[in-house]
Design a protein around this ligand. Structure first.
Ligand code: PMP
Length: 356
């Protein structure tokens, strides 16, 4: 029986994506070959790549002066590729530190240029998104993490800033409409809302291609990937195919506005129970609560292990909090059905009854 998968990533994908991609491993589209054995230069893969790019552009309404790139190495690689491609040694990038991932992005950026953490919620255990910060107008860019996967906070608006914005959207991309024009770079590992792991999406404003003056390795040069339609070397064909299937699913259900409504409904349901049930307590302040990663703790720390055991017969998987944080984290990515959230809420209510 399929489990209710609240895992933080790699995570649940739509059931039809599992089924269609499994079938494609046996035979892709009646051509007598598996998706795993076709050339990345074949007409079949060219069609997969082109349709994926077109759907990303359509769903996110990416303006014409941006390039859409498929890269490897995960978001962690982008912590390096972004400053390598954009930031000259004497220039500065500003960071808002809202999670361990933002910390890592800043640490890697220091290898290529100067950095300044202009706001941080670290001392408060990343329970909120800092709001009143001043951006250094001479900095080259501001780096944000739109959704903070580990601590469960999220930026919901695409604010305009006086300098270009670079945003790590690894864990909330495609969960709601985004105004791409407010960002110079958006990047995201695929393995939450887009497809299986092994592929990273980068959306970059064309005027930034080739920006940093350092001599560049071709494998790390955004402009090489832009020129070669992300086919400078062999891309992960299967991973890109799972993205295409997920994007088709997203379009068919009504696109990002519909997805956002569904994500709001799931998050409201779970947060209401967290707030109602005296055995549990939310981690983040209400106004910054993530819809994607819902973090909470047991009011009595002794209940933590008990509840993890209690949910097993409910077929619930993946609610243990991040290894350095503890508590619980229910990731409610796009593909998680509301029925799974209902089962978790029921388990929380039954747990309360069992303790009464
Ligand atoms: N940024 C965020 C917001 C993440 O959630 C993650 C992974 N969970 C990463 C970066 C790192 O991604 P990857 O493992 O693809 O390098």
């Amino acid at each position: 029986m399929k489990k209710h998968n609240f895992g933080a990533g790699p995570s649940i994908l739509p059931q039809e994506v599992f089924e269609q991609s499994a079938q494609a491993c046996i035979e892709y589209d009646g051509i007598g070959l598996s998706i795993l054995e076709i050339s990345h230069r074949s007409k079949e893969f060219t069609a997969i790549l082109d349709e994926s790019m077109a759907l990303i552009k359509e769903l996110l309404q990416v303006p014409d002066d941006y390039s859409i790139l498929f890269l490897q190495g995960g978001a962690n690689m982008q912590f390096n590729m972004i400053p390598y491609n954009i930031l000259n040694e004497e220039e500065t990038a500003n960071f808002v530190e809202t999670d361990i991932w933002a910390t890592r992005a800043e640490e890697e950026t220091r290898l290529y240029g100067k950095t300044n953490i202009i706001a941080s919620s670290k001392v408060d255990n990343f329970t909120y998104i800092p709001k009143d910060f001043t951006v250094d107008k001479n900095a080259t860019y501001l780096h944000l993490t739109s959704n903070n996967t580990i601590y469960g906070t999220e930026f919901f608006d695409d604010k305009a800033y006086p300098i270009p914005v670079v945003c790590d959207m690894s864990s909330d991309i495609f969960s709601r409409p985004v105004d791409v024009s407010k960002y110079h770079i958006i990047y995201a590992g695929a393995q939450k809302n887009l497809g299986c792991s092994g592929i990273t999406l980068v959306i970059i404003k064309n005027e930034w291609l080739g920006r940093a003056k350092r001599p560049k390795s071709k494998m790390w040069d955004y402009s090489i990937y832009a020129k070669n339609n992300s086919l400078y070397n062999t891309p992960p064909v299967f991973a890109i195919y799972t993205c295409l299937l997920t994007l088709r699913w997203l379009k068919n259900l009504g696109g990002l506005a519909e997805m956002e409504q569904r994500n709001i409904a799931k998050a409201d349901l779970l947060y209401s129970e967290i707030d109602r049930n005296p055995l549990f307590k939310g981690h983040a302040v209400k106004e910054d609560r993530s819809r994607m990663n819902i973090n909470f703790i047991a009011t009595n720390p002794d209940d933590e292990a008990l509840f993890l055991e209690f949910v097993k017969p409910y077929n619930i998987h993946g609610i243990k909090g991040y290894r350095t944080v503890g508590g619980f984290r229910a990731s409610c990515y796009n593909a998680l059905p509301i029925e799974s959230v209902e089962v978790l809420v029921k388990a929380m209510q039954d747990f309360e009854r069992s303790k009464a």
